[in-house]
Design a protein around this ligand. Structure first.
Ligand code: NAP
Length: 262
């Protein structure tokens, strides 16, 4: 990807997405900002244009609405200036699993999994064709922590990590860089939006620190960046254990412990 690539960021009206927009604008990238709140996007676009001299376009879309998602897909497919997609828009879970409704489950899964998958699929063929570009997917450490009590949200973030790792394997040989970024608790509006008090948490990362760390990982072309993980070797150990497990999957027969006694 070239320094001049335009960056399309979903969920750019606040929090992590707005901070990515600021950082990429400072680096000289033109931007396409996507979210529902057009007034906020317009204000951010104007400020970033004035401060950095970059071009910032606004695309209002509710990514849980298939027709609006399709407009963003079309932009990613057709606008050859876009070389970087940041799949950031997301929502957390309000309440426990038994408090969910069919609608709330569908909205959460659509925003956190269907939208990033469809958007990645819209841009990937063009990036692979050009032999360059990047897809950044914002997951969460909750994606490997069912203990945290956010089963649905965590499941969507496990999807994001898996999708990122799979896409990285499929696309890196074609020159396309795929990064999964896994924050832990970060001070943004997501807490308030889902009815939680961020100030009740014992530890919270400031959003600027999170995005700067994520971009350090981006610059190193890390596949998985976990800013709050202090001992990087723990991730390597988890990956090693996963590979070990895979090496012991034998498809022809059930394991000894499941065989009926003769
Ligand atoms: N903050 C944390 O502790 C934390 C930790 C781990 C992972 N994350 C992940 O980080 C990402 C960004 O979240 P954040 O913490 O920055 O929260 P945030 O401040 O609430 O930002 C969420 C963004 O997504 C947009 N959005 C929400 N619903 C949307 C919809 N239906 N269609 C289009 N855009 C929508 C929001 O804009 P509009 O309301 O204008 O649409 C907003 O720009 C999420 O994927 C989240 O899961 C956050």
């Amino acid at each position: 990807m070239t320094l001049s690539s335009t960056v399309l960021i979903t969920g750019a009206s606040s929090g992590i997405g707005a901070t990515y927009a600021e950082r990429f604008a400072r680096r000289g990238h033109d931007l396409v900002l996507v979210a529902r709140d057009k007034a906020r996007l317009d204000a951010l676009a104007k400020r970033l244009q004035d401060e950095n001299g970059v071009a910032v376009a606004v695309l209002q879309a509710d990514l849980t609405e298939s027709a609006e998602l399709a407009v963003v897909e079309a932009r990613l497919r057709d606008d050859a200036r876009i070389g970087i997609l940041v799949n950031n828009a997301g929502m957390a879970q309000s309440g426990s699993f038994v408090q969910q409704t069919g609608d709330s489950i569908e909205r959460l899964i659509t925003l956190n999994t269907t939208a990033p998958a469809r958007l990645a699929a819209a841009v990937a063929p063009r990036l692979a064709q050009s032999g360059s570009g990047a897809i950044v997917n914002i997951g969460s450490v909750v994606g490997f922590a069912p203990e945290m009590g956010m089963s649905l949200y965590g499941a969507t973030k496990a999807f994001v990590l898996f999708l990122s790792q799979g896409l990285s394997l499929e696309l890196s040989s074609k020159g396309v860089y795929v990064q999964a970024v896994l924050p832990a608790a970060t001070r943004t509006e997501i807490w308030q939006r889902s009815g939680m008090d961020v100030n009740a948490l014992p530890e919270v990362m400031e959003v600027g620190e999170l995005v700067d760390a994520a971009l350090a990982g981006f610059d190193r072309r890390e596949q998985v960046t976990i800013p709050p993980l202090h001992v990087a070797a723990r991730w390597d150990a988890l990956e090693g254990a996963r590979q070990g497990l895979l090496s012991d999957i034998r498809q022809a027969h059930a394991a000894e412990r499941y065989r009926a006694p003769e």
